[in-house]
Design a protein around this ligand. Structure first.
Ligand SMILES: C[S@@+](CC[C@H](N)C(=O)[O-])C[C@H]1O[C@@H](n2cnc3c(N)ncnc32)[C@H](O)[C@@H]1O
Length: 370
Protein backbone atom coordinates (compact mmCIF):
# COMPACT_ATOMS: atom_id res chain seq x y z
CA UNK A 1 0.00 0.00 0.00
CA UNK A 2 1.28 3.52 -0.76
CA UNK A 3 0.90 6.14 1.95
CA UNK A 4 1.50 9.89 2.21
CA UNK A 5 3.78 10.89 5.05
CA UNK A 6 5.07 14.01 6.70
CA UNK A 7 8.02 14.48 9.03
CA UNK A 8 8.08 17.60 11.21
CA UNK A 9 11.59 18.99 11.58
CA UNK A 10 13.38 21.67 13.55
CA UNK A 11 13.49 24.93 11.59
CA UNK A 12 16.44 25.15 9.25
CA UNK A 13 17.07 21.43 8.75
CA UNK A 14 14.28 20.59 6.30
CA UNK A 15 16.81 20.16 3.47
CA UNK A 16 18.81 17.61 5.48
CA UNK A 17 15.68 15.55 6.16
CA UNK A 18 14.64 15.77 2.49
CA UNK A 19 18.10 14.43 1.54
CA UNK A 20 17.78 11.57 4.03
CA UNK A 21 14.42 10.53 2.60
CA UNK A 22 15.61 10.67 -1.01
CA UNK A 23 18.55 8.47 -0.10
CA UNK A 24 16.13 6.02 1.55
CA UNK A 25 14.18 5.82 -1.71
CA UNK A 26 11.07 7.83 -0.77
CA UNK A 27 9.15 9.40 -3.63
CA UNK A 28 7.63 12.88 -4.05
CA UNK A 29 9.86 14.33 -1.35
CA UNK A 30 9.06 17.99 -0.74
CA UNK A 31 10.22 20.32 2.01
CA UNK A 32 8.17 23.14 3.54
CA UNK A 33 8.96 25.29 6.57
CA UNK A 34 9.26 22.91 9.53
CA UNK A 35 8.25 19.74 7.71
CA UNK A 36 9.00 17.37 4.84
CA UNK A 37 6.38 15.42 2.92
CA UNK A 38 6.96 12.20 1.01
CA UNK A 39 5.28 9.03 -0.24
CA UNK A 40 6.12 5.39 0.20
CA UNK A 41 4.95 1.98 1.32
CA UNK A 42 5.10 0.28 4.71
CA UNK A 43 8.82 -0.46 4.22
CA UNK A 44 9.39 3.27 3.80
CA UNK A 45 7.39 3.88 6.98
CA UNK A 46 9.72 1.55 8.89
CA UNK A 47 12.88 2.86 7.20
CA UNK A 48 12.04 6.51 7.84
CA UNK A 49 11.57 5.75 11.54
CA UNK A 50 14.71 3.68 11.85
CA UNK A 51 17.03 5.80 9.70
CA UNK A 52 16.03 9.45 9.89
CA UNK A 53 18.76 11.12 11.92
CA UNK A 54 17.26 14.60 11.80
CA UNK A 55 13.45 14.26 11.57
CA UNK A 56 11.26 14.57 14.69
CA UNK A 57 8.57 11.93 13.99
CA UNK A 58 6.99 10.10 11.07
CA UNK A 59 3.34 11.01 10.56
CA UNK A 60 1.14 9.01 8.23
CA UNK A 61 -1.33 11.39 6.58
CA UNK A 62 -4.85 9.94 6.72
CA UNK A 63 -6.89 12.80 5.36
CA UNK A 64 -6.90 16.46 4.55
CA UNK A 65 -10.11 18.51 4.32
CA UNK A 66 -11.67 21.95 4.94
CA UNK A 67 -12.78 22.40 8.53
CA UNK A 68 -14.08 25.85 9.38
CA UNK A 69 -16.84 24.44 11.63
CA UNK A 70 -17.06 21.66 14.20
CA UNK A 71 -19.55 19.81 11.96
CA UNK A 72 -17.04 19.82 9.08
CA UNK A 73 -14.35 18.59 11.44
CA UNK A 74 -16.55 15.78 12.76
CA UNK A 75 -17.66 14.67 9.28
CA UNK A 76 -14.15 14.82 7.81
CA UNK A 77 -12.83 12.62 10.62
CA UNK A 78 -15.82 10.24 10.57
CA UNK A 79 -15.25 9.64 6.83
CA UNK A 80 -11.78 8.15 7.42
CA UNK A 81 -11.99 4.32 7.33
CA UNK A 82 -10.63 3.97 10.87
CA UNK A 83 -11.70 0.32 11.14
CA UNK A 84 -9.10 -0.54 8.48
CA UNK A 85 -6.37 0.63 10.86
CA UNK A 86 -7.51 0.53 14.48
CA UNK A 87 -8.57 -2.86 15.85
CA UNK A 88 -11.47 -3.26 18.28
CA UNK A 89 -9.21 -2.88 21.32
CA UNK A 90 -6.82 -0.21 19.96
CA UNK A 91 -6.14 2.85 22.06
CA UNK A 92 -6.38 6.13 20.14
CA UNK A 93 -5.37 9.27 22.01
CA UNK A 94 -5.72 12.53 20.08
CA UNK A 95 -3.50 15.61 20.13
CA UNK A 96 -2.77 18.49 17.80
CA UNK A 97 -2.82 22.21 17.18
CA UNK A 98 -4.77 24.92 15.41
CA UNK A 99 -3.37 28.10 13.84
CA UNK A 100 -4.95 30.99 11.97
CA UNK A 101 -8.28 29.12 11.89
CA UNK A 102 -11.89 29.61 12.95
CA UNK A 103 -11.64 26.55 15.22
CA UNK A 104 -9.36 27.98 17.88
CA UNK A 105 -10.05 25.74 20.88
CA UNK A 106 -7.62 22.83 20.67
CA UNK A 107 -9.29 20.85 23.53
CA UNK A 108 -12.67 21.12 21.77
CA UNK A 109 -11.18 20.01 18.42
CA UNK A 110 -9.51 17.15 20.25
CA UNK A 111 -12.77 15.96 21.80
CA UNK A 112 -14.70 16.32 18.49
CA UNK A 113 -12.09 14.18 16.73
CA UNK A 114 -12.17 11.62 19.53
CA UNK A 115 -15.98 11.46 19.29
CA UNK A 116 -15.93 11.08 15.49
CA UNK A 117 -13.38 8.23 15.60
CA UNK A 118 -15.26 6.51 18.47
CA UNK A 119 -18.54 6.80 16.59
CA UNK A 120 -17.09 5.37 13.39
CA UNK A 121 -15.38 2.47 15.17
CA UNK A 122 -18.44 1.85 17.40
CA UNK A 123 -20.70 1.73 14.29
CA UNK A 124 -18.38 -0.69 12.47
CA UNK A 125 -17.60 -2.96 15.42
CA UNK A 126 -21.18 -2.69 16.73
CA UNK A 127 -20.15 -1.79 20.24
CA UNK A 128 -21.06 1.29 22.22
CA UNK A 129 -17.95 1.42 24.41
CA UNK A 130 -14.51 0.86 22.96
CA UNK A 131 -12.22 -0.70 25.56
CA UNK A 132 -8.97 0.97 24.32
CA UNK A 133 -6.91 -1.67 26.13
CA UNK A 134 -4.67 -2.61 23.17
CA UNK A 135 -1.78 -1.02 21.26
CA UNK A 136 -1.59 2.75 20.87
CA UNK A 137 -2.60 4.43 17.60
CA UNK A 138 -1.75 8.04 18.41
CA UNK A 139 -3.87 10.38 16.30
CA UNK A 140 -2.50 13.84 15.59
CA UNK A 141 -4.15 16.75 13.83
CA UNK A 142 -3.23 20.14 12.51
CA UNK A 143 -5.70 22.84 11.54
CA UNK A 144 -4.07 25.64 9.61
CA UNK A 145 -6.07 28.34 7.81
CA UNK A 146 -9.24 26.22 8.22
CA UNK A 147 -7.71 23.15 6.61
CA UNK A 148 -7.52 20.06 8.78
CA UNK A 149 -4.96 17.34 8.34
CA UNK A 150 -5.32 14.10 10.30
CA UNK A 151 -2.38 11.80 10.97
CA UNK A 152 -1.28 8.65 12.72
CA UNK A 153 1.95 9.13 14.63
CA UNK A 154 3.91 6.05 13.61
CA UNK A 155 6.90 6.86 15.84
CA UNK A 156 5.42 7.13 19.33
CA UNK A 157 8.21 8.81 21.25
CA UNK A 158 9.89 11.53 19.17
CA UNK A 159 12.75 10.33 16.99
CA UNK A 160 15.35 12.42 18.81
CA UNK A 161 14.83 10.01 21.71
CA UNK A 162 17.23 7.36 20.47
CA UNK A 163 17.33 5.75 23.88
CA UNK A 164 20.97 6.54 24.67
CA UNK A 165 20.47 9.71 26.64
CA UNK A 166 18.51 8.76 29.74
CA UNK A 167 20.01 11.46 31.94
CA UNK A 168 20.50 14.94 30.57
CA UNK A 169 23.17 17.44 31.50
CA UNK A 170 22.38 21.12 31.86
CA UNK A 171 22.15 22.29 28.24
CA UNK A 172 22.04 19.21 26.04
CA UNK A 173 21.69 19.60 22.33
CA UNK A 174 18.80 17.78 20.74
CA UNK A 175 20.09 14.64 19.00
CA UNK A 176 18.39 15.59 15.73
CA UNK A 177 20.08 19.00 15.72
CA UNK A 178 23.47 17.47 16.56
CA UNK A 179 23.03 15.01 13.67
CA UNK A 180 22.14 17.90 11.33
CA UNK A 181 25.29 19.79 12.39
CA UNK A 182 27.37 16.70 11.56
CA UNK A 183 25.62 16.56 8.19
CA UNK A 184 26.23 20.27 7.49
CA UNK A 185 29.90 19.64 8.32
CA UNK A 186 29.88 16.93 5.60
CA UNK A 187 31.44 14.53 8.08
CA UNK A 188 30.97 10.92 6.99
CA UNK A 189 33.72 9.12 8.87
CA UNK A 190 34.44 6.74 6.00
CA UNK A 191 36.94 8.77 3.99
CA UNK A 192 40.69 8.87 4.41
CA UNK A 193 41.60 11.59 6.90
CA UNK A 194 38.06 12.11 8.30
CA UNK A 195 38.15 13.11 11.96
CA UNK A 196 35.95 15.13 14.27
CA UNK A 197 36.35 16.98 17.56
CA UNK A 198 33.86 18.64 19.90
CA UNK A 199 35.85 20.56 22.54
CA UNK A 200 32.64 21.44 24.48
CA UNK A 201 31.12 17.98 24.22
CA UNK A 202 28.84 18.02 27.30
CA UNK A 203 26.87 14.77 27.22
CA UNK A 204 28.60 13.87 23.95
CA UNK A 205 25.65 14.25 21.60
CA UNK A 206 27.57 15.60 18.58
CA UNK A 207 30.34 13.01 18.85
CA UNK A 208 27.86 10.15 19.39
CA UNK A 209 25.76 11.23 16.40
CA UNK A 210 28.94 11.47 14.29
CA UNK A 211 29.91 7.95 15.36
CA UNK A 212 26.46 6.54 14.55
CA UNK A 213 26.77 8.09 11.10
CA UNK A 214 30.36 6.97 10.55
CA UNK A 215 29.43 3.39 11.45
CA UNK A 216 26.28 3.66 9.32
CA UNK A 217 24.24 2.62 12.35
CA UNK A 218 20.54 3.41 12.08
CA UNK A 219 19.83 5.83 14.94
CA UNK A 220 16.58 4.05 15.80
CA UNK A 221 18.05 0.57 16.01
CA UNK A 222 18.05 0.54 19.82
CA UNK A 223 14.48 1.72 20.36
CA UNK A 224 10.98 0.73 19.33
CA UNK A 225 8.24 2.58 17.46
CA UNK A 226 4.46 2.55 18.01
CA UNK A 227 3.78 1.28 14.48
CA UNK A 228 5.76 -1.90 15.21
CA UNK A 229 2.71 -3.06 17.15
CA UNK A 230 0.14 -2.10 14.54
CA UNK A 231 -1.88 -4.88 12.96
CA UNK A 232 -2.17 -3.33 9.50
CA UNK A 233 1.60 -3.41 9.08
CA UNK A 234 3.03 -6.86 8.74
CA UNK A 235 5.61 -7.73 11.39
CA UNK A 236 7.89 -9.07 8.63
CA UNK A 237 8.29 -5.50 7.30
CA UNK A 238 9.90 -4.33 10.53
CA UNK A 239 11.94 -7.50 10.82
CA UNK A 240 13.41 -7.12 7.37
CA UNK A 241 14.13 -3.39 7.77
CA UNK A 242 15.80 -4.03 11.16
CA UNK A 243 17.82 -6.99 9.81
CA UNK A 244 18.97 -4.93 6.86
CA UNK A 245 20.01 -2.08 9.19
CA UNK A 246 22.14 -4.49 11.24
CA UNK A 247 23.78 -5.84 8.09
CA UNK A 248 24.66 -2.30 6.94
CA UNK A 249 26.74 -1.39 10.00
CA UNK A 250 30.27 -0.75 8.84
CA UNK A 251 33.68 -0.62 10.37
CA UNK A 252 35.18 2.82 10.89
CA UNK A 253 38.49 4.04 12.23
CA UNK A 254 37.85 7.78 11.99
CA UNK A 255 38.92 9.48 15.24
CA UNK A 256 35.85 11.02 16.90
CA UNK A 257 36.84 12.98 19.97
CA UNK A 258 35.07 15.02 22.61
CA UNK A 259 36.36 16.98 25.56
CA UNK A 260 34.77 19.10 28.25
CA UNK A 261 35.99 20.98 31.29
CA UNK A 262 33.42 19.25 33.51
CA UNK A 263 34.45 15.76 34.62
CA UNK A 264 30.91 14.61 35.51
CA UNK A 265 29.70 15.53 32.04
CA UNK A 266 32.50 13.51 30.44
CA UNK A 267 31.49 10.45 32.50
CA UNK A 268 27.93 10.98 31.28
CA UNK A 269 29.15 11.23 27.66
CA UNK A 270 30.87 7.84 28.00
CA UNK A 271 27.82 6.20 29.48
CA UNK A 272 25.65 7.65 26.68
CA UNK A 273 28.11 6.40 24.03
CA UNK A 274 27.97 2.95 25.59
CA UNK A 275 24.17 2.93 25.48
CA UNK A 276 24.32 4.06 21.84
CA UNK A 277 26.71 1.17 21.06
CA UNK A 278 29.54 3.44 19.87
CA UNK A 279 31.81 3.63 22.93
CA UNK A 280 34.51 1.71 21.02
CA UNK A 281 34.53 4.40 18.33
CA UNK A 282 34.82 7.57 20.41
CA UNK A 283 37.17 9.10 22.96
CA UNK A 284 36.17 11.63 25.60
CA UNK A 285 38.51 13.49 27.92
CA UNK A 286 38.45 16.24 30.51
CA UNK A 287 40.08 19.40 29.15
CA UNK A 288 39.74 23.15 29.22
CA UNK A 289 39.14 24.17 25.59
CA UNK A 290 41.24 27.30 26.18
CA UNK A 291 44.27 25.10 26.80
CA UNK A 292 43.94 22.78 23.81
CA UNK A 293 46.55 23.01 21.08
CA UNK A 294 45.69 24.21 17.56
CA UNK A 295 42.98 22.29 15.73
CA UNK A 296 43.89 19.94 12.89
CA UNK A 297 40.50 18.39 12.34
CA UNK A 298 36.83 19.10 11.67
CA UNK A 299 35.48 20.80 14.79
CA UNK A 300 31.72 20.66 15.33
CA UNK A 301 30.58 22.23 18.56
CA UNK A 302 28.17 24.29 20.59
CA UNK A 303 30.03 26.14 23.31
CA UNK A 304 28.21 27.82 26.21
CA UNK A 305 25.97 30.57 24.88
CA UNK A 306 26.50 33.24 27.49
CA UNK A 307 22.79 33.98 27.45
CA UNK A 308 22.91 35.33 31.00
CA UNK A 309 24.67 38.68 31.18
CA UNK A 310 27.14 37.41 33.80
CA UNK A 311 28.14 34.57 31.44
CA UNK A 312 28.64 36.85 28.44
CA UNK A 313 32.29 37.77 28.98
CA UNK A 314 33.33 34.18 29.60
CA UNK A 315 31.61 32.97 26.42
CA UNK A 316 33.33 35.73 24.46
CA UNK A 317 36.73 34.70 25.84
CA UNK A 318 36.01 31.13 24.74
CA UNK A 319 35.03 32.24 21.23
CA UNK A 320 38.24 34.26 20.85
CA UNK A 321 40.31 31.34 22.10
CA UNK A 322 38.70 28.97 19.58
CA UNK A 323 39.32 31.46 16.76
CA UNK A 324 43.02 31.50 17.65
CA UNK A 325 43.26 27.71 17.28
CA UNK A 326 42.08 27.45 13.67
CA UNK A 327 44.72 26.30 11.19
CA UNK A 328 44.80 25.44 7.51
CA UNK A 329 44.14 21.84 8.55
CA UNK A 330 40.94 22.62 10.49
CA UNK A 331 37.35 23.38 9.66
CA UNK A 332 34.91 24.75 12.22
CA UNK A 333 31.12 24.46 12.49
CA UNK A 334 30.04 26.33 15.57
CA UNK A 335 26.49 26.81 16.87
CA UNK A 336 25.94 30.02 18.76
CA UNK A 337 23.03 32.11 19.97
CA UNK A 338 25.30 35.11 20.59
CA UNK A 339 23.75 38.10 18.78
CA UNK A 340 27.14 39.42 17.64
CA UNK A 341 28.97 36.14 17.25
CA UNK A 342 31.11 36.98 14.20
CA UNK A 343 32.27 40.28 15.67
CA UNK A 344 33.34 38.62 18.93
CA UNK A 345 34.92 35.71 17.08
CA UNK A 346 36.87 38.23 15.03
CA UNK A 347 36.19 36.74 11.61
CA UNK A 348 33.26 36.68 9.24
CA UNK A 349 31.96 33.18 8.70
CA UNK A 350 32.48 31.63 5.25
CA UNK A 351 28.88 30.58 5.46
CA UNK A 352 26.09 30.62 8.04
CA UNK A 353 22.70 29.12 8.60
CA UNK A 354 19.79 30.07 10.85
CA UNK A 355 18.78 27.26 13.20
CA UNK A 356 16.81 26.88 16.42
CA UNK A 357 18.15 25.13 19.49
CA UNK A 358 14.85 24.53 21.28
CA UNK A 359 13.32 28.01 21.39
CA UNK A 360 16.67 29.80 21.07
CA UNK A 361 17.38 31.25 17.63
CA UNK A 362 20.97 30.41 16.70
CA UNK A 363 23.41 30.52 13.88
CA UNK A 364 25.59 27.71 12.66
CA UNK A 365 28.77 29.47 11.54
CA UNK A 366 31.05 27.71 9.06
CA UNK A 367 34.78 28.45 8.90
CA UNK A 368 36.39 26.47 6.09
CA UNK A 369 40.06 25.58 5.82
CA UNK A 370 42.11 28.74 5.36
C1 LIG B 1 26.07 24.08 25.59
S1 LIG B 1 26.95 22.86 26.48
C2 LIG B 1 27.29 21.62 25.28
C3 LIG B 1 26.21 20.59 25.26
C4 LIG B 1 26.54 19.39 24.41
N1 LIG B 1 26.53 19.69 22.99
C5 LIG B 1 25.57 18.26 24.72
O1 LIG B 1 24.90 17.79 23.83
O2 LIG B 1 25.44 17.88 25.88
C6 LIG B 1 28.51 23.59 26.71
C7 LIG B 1 29.51 22.74 27.43
O3 LIG B 1 30.74 23.47 27.49
C8 LIG B 1 31.42 23.09 28.66
N2 LIG B 1 32.46 24.13 28.95
C9 LIG B 1 32.32 25.36 29.48
N3 LIG B 1 33.52 25.99 29.54
C10 LIG B 1 34.44 25.15 29.00
C11 LIG B 1 35.83 25.22 28.74
N4 LIG B 1 36.54 26.30 29.07
N5 LIG B 1 36.44 24.16 28.16
C12 LIG B 1 35.74 23.05 27.84
N6 LIG B 1 34.42 22.91 28.07
C13 LIG B 1 33.77 23.95 28.64
C14 LIG B 1 30.33 22.95 29.70
O4 LIG B 1 30.77 22.09 30.75
C15 LIG B 1 29.19 22.37 28.87
O5 LIG B 1 29.16 20.97 28.98
Amino acid sequence: MIFDFCIPTLFGIESVVSGELRRLGASDVGGETGRVRFRGDEYMLAKANLWSRCGERVLLILSSFDAATFDELFDGVYNIPWEEYIPRTGEFPVSGYSRQSALTSVPTCQSIIKKAVSKRLGDRYRISRLPETGSTYQIRFSIVKDKAEIYFDTSGEALHKRGYRAKANEAPLRETLAAAMVDFARFRGNREGDSLLDPFCGSGTIVIEAALKAANMAPGLRRTFDAEKWEFIDKSVWRSVRDEAVSLIRHTKAPMLGSDIDEKTVTLAYSNAKKAGVDHLVKFSVADAMELSSFKTTVVTNPPYGMRISDGDEAEELYKSIASKLTDESELYILSGHPAFERVFGRRADRKRKLYNGMIPCGLFYYYRK
